[in-house]
Structure formats: C-alpha cells, structure tokens
Design a protein around this ligand. Structure first.
Ligand SMILES: Nc1ncnc2c1ncn2[C@@H]1O[C@H](COP(=O)(O)OP(=O)(O)OP(=O)(O)O)[C@@H](O)[C@H]1O
Length: 406
C-alpha cells in the first residue's frame, strides 16, 4: 500500500482541478490502476443534485432521510459509510472535519485511522490544525506540483487589519419600531414523530450579536428555517418576527427584505456570469445575481462596499473567478448592502482556509461594531476570531433539543 499523505491548500488553489489530476490524470500521485473514492462536499453536492433531479437517493442516512433532508453531520457520516462499502484502494478526504461537531469529528478521525490500516488516505485540507494524526507526509502546491509543506513563519501570517474604511451608512435607517426582532415562545418541532426542538423560548434584540450553537442534528437549521425559510412547521407556533406574528399574513418577501442571509451552501448550482459589483448590488433585490436595474443610490452604496473590501478596481471581474474566501466577503457585502435589521450567517466559516478565516472574522466583527444590524451566526463550533456577545445552545435529548443561553 502507498503511504498516506496530506496536501495543504489555500482557497486560491484550484481544488477540483487538483482532485481531477489525482484521480483521473495520475499526474500528482501514483495511484493509476487503483480504485479511488472522493470523500468531499463536492461528492455530497453531486448526490444531492441527483436526488433533486431524479427523486431517488443512492446514499442511505441513519435516519433514512434523503440527503437533502438530513443535517450536515448526518450527510457526511452517510457518505463515508457509502464510500467504505465500495471497498476502495484509496480515499481522497477533503475538508474532512468541515461542518462536524467535536464528537463527530472524533468519530470520523477514529474511523479513518482504522481504515488507514488497509486503505491509502490522501487528505486535502486548508487548515493545518486538521491534518489527520496518522499522516506525517505533508505537501503544498507550487505551480500545480506538490512540494514539501513549509510551516508558516511570522511574515506569512497576516495579522494586520485589512478593512480600514468605514462601512457605508444605511440605505433605509434600521427601524426600531419593533423589538425584539425575533421571539420564540415555547416552540416545539417534530419530524415524522421524532422530536427535534422542545419548548424553545428565545429573543434576539436590536444590534445584538448571537451565536446559535449545538451538535450536529440538534436542530440549528430547523430553528433558522423558521425565521428565514418558509418551514411549514413554523405555523401555529408562537413566533414573532419583526413585530408580526408568524402566520398572520406576512409574505416571505416582506420577511426577506428585513434579513441579510449568508450560507456556505448558497452557491450550490450557481453558474451565472455576474460581476463582483453585480453580486453585491443584487442584495438590494434579495436575489443572488443581478436581474433588475439598480438605482444610482444603490450603485453608490455598492461602490462604498467595494472600497471597504478593497475590490473596487476589480469590480467588473467575474465573481466566480474569485477565491472562495473572497467570494464569501462579497456575499457578506451582498447580504449587508440593504443594511437589514438582522444578518444571518449559516455555517459561514466552513471551507475557509487559515488566512481567509481571519479576513472573514474581521469583517463580521466590524459589522457588529459599526452597524445597527443584529447578527445571528449559526455554527456547531466556536471560531477563535469571531466574538459574539451571546451564545444560545441547543442541547439534544430524547424529547428534542432544549435551548439555553450560555
Ligand atoms: N424536512 C425534514 N424531514 C425530516 N427530518 C428532517 C427534516 N429536516 C431536518 N430533519 C432532521 O431534523 C434533525 C435536525 O436537523 P438540522 O438540520 O436542523 O440540524 P443541525 O443542528 O442544523 O445539524 P448540522 O450541524 O449537522 O447541520 C436531523 O436529524 C434531520 O435529519
């Protein structure tokens, strides 16, 4: 068996191309004639798209839900079991710990350590701290080739503040007519008689910076979908959003106008050719990509955001040509451009590399400091650079998750 190794990449490297070179062109690693499988969100997205198009699912989860209706943690566990059942000679494991809570990370690490006795593991990662313990050979990419990994020195670490210009003022000032912005009063949810949320009472007020935390499957996305999405489970519950009781005739569009939204999954299937500037300005219309003519005022505010991000000179370039980290900054500006009362960040740091995570955290902390927007940041883990004021935790048990303010 070949030896295990890791390839440390940054968000600027072309990961799909790297994977193609390993698996199909045999130009990176010597794995020709070996059967390989890819454990990656790329594979998961492909299966989810197939589910949506063909209505059947290849990968079975522990809850028997389709991948689309499973939590992120459940999806990853199901994919790993699916891959193991195919008895590969080698597995490329990409962003192996992304979206997993601490317990699931430990379980997957254990499973991969066991597998490493019989299967070659090639890890692709953009976080040094996540390199698997049984891997000692580490490379990085240089002009498309593997070279020995050089640990960071002080000069390669970027510690200085990147965003120095003040954020643009609000297009419409944030209305303070309603407070709290979000109120859950004894909310409970079950799916197919399986209790997920139990008696949740929680309020988010103007300008507060919250993290919603909880293990995989604890119901974070479900709770979020009752604020932002049109989850039918929200009806008949005691939920008040921006002063209006949920289910009392508000339209989804009314609601979306008051919320800026970012999720690391929101670009799934996005292939449009839109410029960086168009992506930001599209936030005024709650679309991803520009379909309407913006006003001069909207263009002016967009230009201010471009200056904050130091992307004004590149504003006409194709958004999809940006690195993943820079795409995220643009999508945050898109979510913020209308200066909404509430900004939702759903698993925002998944997939970001060691450098981009710093940029991203700096921008979010700046938004928290300089604007009236309340932030709801949803993640299964604490991110060192992000400083929420309050944390609300979902704690799982057999009767559904209960919530507590930490
Ligand atoms: N539409 C649905 N039908 C059936 N079950 C569902 C549906 N949506 C979610 N679930 C189940 O509800 C539970 C909670 O899922 P949810 O996605 O809210 O958790 P989460 O805390 O966001 O997890 P993760 O961190 O892994 O993304 C999971 O077990 C999931 O399988």
């Amino acid at each position: 068996m070949n030896t295990h190794f890791a390839i440390y990449i940054s968000n600027k490297d072309d990961k799909p191309q790297l994977i193609e070179h390993i698996m199909f062109k045999n130009s990176i690693a010597n794995v020709s004639n070996l059967k390989g499988e890819l454990f990656s969100e790329i594979t998961l997205n492909k299966f989810i798209e197939e589910e949506i198009i063909h209505g059947h699912f290849n990968v079975t989860t522990t809850t028997s839900n389709s991948l689309l209706h499973s939590s992120e943690g459940e999806r990853k566990q199901a994919l790993l079991q699916h891959i193991i059942s195919k008895k590969p000679d080698y597995i490329i494991v990409d962003n192996v710990f992304g979206n997993l809570d601490v317990a699931k990370q430990a379980a997957i690490e254990k499973e991969l350590t066991r597998l490493s006795n019989s299967v070659q593991i090639i890890q692709i990662t953009n976080r040094v701290a996540e390199i698997l313990p049984f891997i000692t050979t580490i490379y990085q990419l240089h002009e498309g080739n593997l070279v020995a990994f050089k640990p960071f020195t002080a000069s390669t670490k970027n510690e200085t503040l990147q965003f120095v210009e003040a954020l643009p003022k609000a297009y419409y000032p944030v209305s303070k007519n309603f407070n709290p912005l979000v109120k859950f009063d004894k909310v409970s949810v079950s799916y197919n008689n399986r209790p997920i949320l139990n008696n949740i009472s929680w309020e988010i007020n103007h300008g507060e910076f919250w993290q919603l935390i909880g293990a995989n499957g604890s119901g974070k996305s479900t709770l979020l979908s009752m604020i932002y999405g049109d989850n039918p489970k929200a009806f008949g519950q005691n939920i008040t959003l921006f002063g209006v009781k949920k289910g009392s005739g508000e339209s989804v569009w009314d609601l979306k106008r008051k919320i800026g939204y970012f999720s690391s999954e929101m670009l799934r299937g996005f292939k449009r050719l839109d410029s960086i500037a168009n992506m930001i300005v599209s936030g005024f219309f709650d679309s991803v990509g520009l379909y309407k003519e913006p006003t001069n005022e909207q263009i002016k505010i967009t230009e201010q955001w471009l200056r904050v991000l130091k992307m004004y000179d590149n504003r006409k370039e194709n958004f999809l040509d940006l690195s993943k980290g820079h795409q995220r900054l643009v999508l945050i500006a898109r979510a913020m451009v209308k200066h909404p009362p509430l900004l939702i960040l759903d698993e925002p740091t998944n997939g970001l590399d060691d450098f981009d995570i710093k940029l991203f955290s700096e921008l979010i902390n700046k938004i928290a400091k300089e604007t009236d927007t309340a932030i709801l940041y949803v993640s299964h883990r604490k991110e060192a650079g992000l400083n929420p004021e309050f944390v609300y935790e979902l704690v799982q048990n057999d009767f559904g998750s209960e919530g507590r303010k930490l």
